[in-house]
Ligand binder design. Structure first.
Ligand code: SAH
Length: 345
């Protein structure tokens, strides 16, 4: 049996240095190799022209350099772009680029599929295939950044972890990927937002680690009864428990907190619901995004009426809660929130 090659993209610099030293090469070669792979996105040893040929040959014998491939690209009539990313192991994930005024936001995935199965979300119907590695999350950001330059002549201004998967159930790799994005793409963590269905333990861990990026909670209902009905994760991570975790995050990590709230007709869109949301928003500084529901084949929900959503938002604002209505984008290509489900593959 032949032994598989080692994945160079899982290697930290120290390990590469000790490999080089074992083979009799100076350690500055590690910086050159890392520069090719991470800054230049060169994944072929033969193109690393400042390395001696014999080193290139040795590297080739022992290492692979897998990379995510943008294998599919669709453009919506509203400018939104959706990408199919193929992982080296054969799975697919999706990403989206959302241009708006002077903002260019990438929406990227942290898992192939998702284990949470929220009632209104298409991704959950796939089940979890696997967690992504940090380099696979980073590659999506890099590729969408290139696509943004190509389509709009502008680099990304924001990155949101709102594609497929639950980022906080892939904690270590997600945090590592943000480190890569901030260092390699020179991207401020203040322009990165991780969205979670609400894993309280992981939110406390983010607080303890004093991370510098922002957090969005997919709240979607203002009390436990309703929330548990649409999000099974609420059984073990109730609203109270989540509010405590977010308080800690707000205090220690100092990132901004957003509540995401998908407006479902006749389910969570009354002014009583809005009033309950006002109470929850009084725990710490928070902004509420009211999201237009994007119908999916597997669920019966309907989007709230425009007027209802408007009144809901007005109620929040009158009570001093910052609120935005988020129009759906890229719906014609199934790129909108909750619609990412690899329909083409
Ligand atoms: N698992 C994380 C990351 C996914 S983010 C989370 O739950 O936050 C995707 C966002 O879109 C979440 O707020 C999710 O609840 C929302 N969403 C899912 N399905 C949707 C749909 N059909 N219409 C509108 N928003 C949806």
């Amino acid at each position: 049996m032949t032994r598989g090659k080692e994945n160079l993209r899982l290697l930290d610099k120290e390990s590469l240095i000790s490999w080089l030293e074992q083979k009799g090469y100076p350690k500055f070669r590690a910086s050159q190799i890392f520069n090719w792979v991470w800054s230049q996105a060169v994944f072929d040893f033969d193109q690393m022209i400042n390395l001696p040929k014999n080193l290139r040959a040795k590297l080739k014998e022992e290492f692979d350099i897998p990379a995510v491939v943008m294998a599919d690209r669709q453009k919506s009539t509203d400018g939104t772009e959706k990408y199919g990313f193929r992982l080296h192991s054969g799975e697919w994930v999706e990403g989206v680029l959302i241009p708006a005024d002077d903002r260019y936001t990438a929406c990227i995935s942290s898992q192939a599929g998702c284990s949470l199965n929220c009632a209104f979300c298409a991704t959950g119907k796939l089940g979890l295939k696997r967690n992504l590695k940090a380099f696979e999350i980073y590659d999506q950001a890099r590729l969408v950044n290139e696509a943004s330059q190509e389509s709009f002549g502008r680099p990304l201004t924001n990155i949101v972890y709102m594609g497929m998967g639950e980022p906080l159930l892939n904690y270590t790799e997600v945090v590592k990927s943000i480190d890569l994005i901030t260092k390699t793409l020179e991207f401020s963590p203040r322009r990165i937002t991780v969205s979670t269905a609400g894993i309280a333990k992981a939110i406390h861990r983010l607080a303890d680690n004093e991370v510098r990026f922002n957090l969005a909670l997919s709240l979607h209902a203002p009390d436990d009864k309703k929330r548990s009905e649409i999000m099974a994760i609420n059984e073990t991570n109730s609203i109270d428990i989540l509010m405590n975790a977010l308080k800690a995050f707000s205090k220690k990590a100092k990132g901004k907190i957003t509540f995401e709230y998908v407006m479902l007709r006749g389910f969570n869109d009354t002014l009583q619901d809005a009033e309950k949301l006002v109470k929850l928003a009084s725990n710490f500084p928070v902004k509420v995004n009211l999201i237009e529901y994007n119908p999916i084949d597997q669920a019966q929900y309907k989007k709230a009426e425009k007027d209802t959503t408007f009144k809901f938002a007005e109620h929040l604002k009158n009570k001093g809660v910052m609120a935005n209505i988020r129009r759906s984008r890229g719906e014609d290509i199934d790129a909108a929130c909750g619609q990412l489900a690899n329909k083409r593959s």
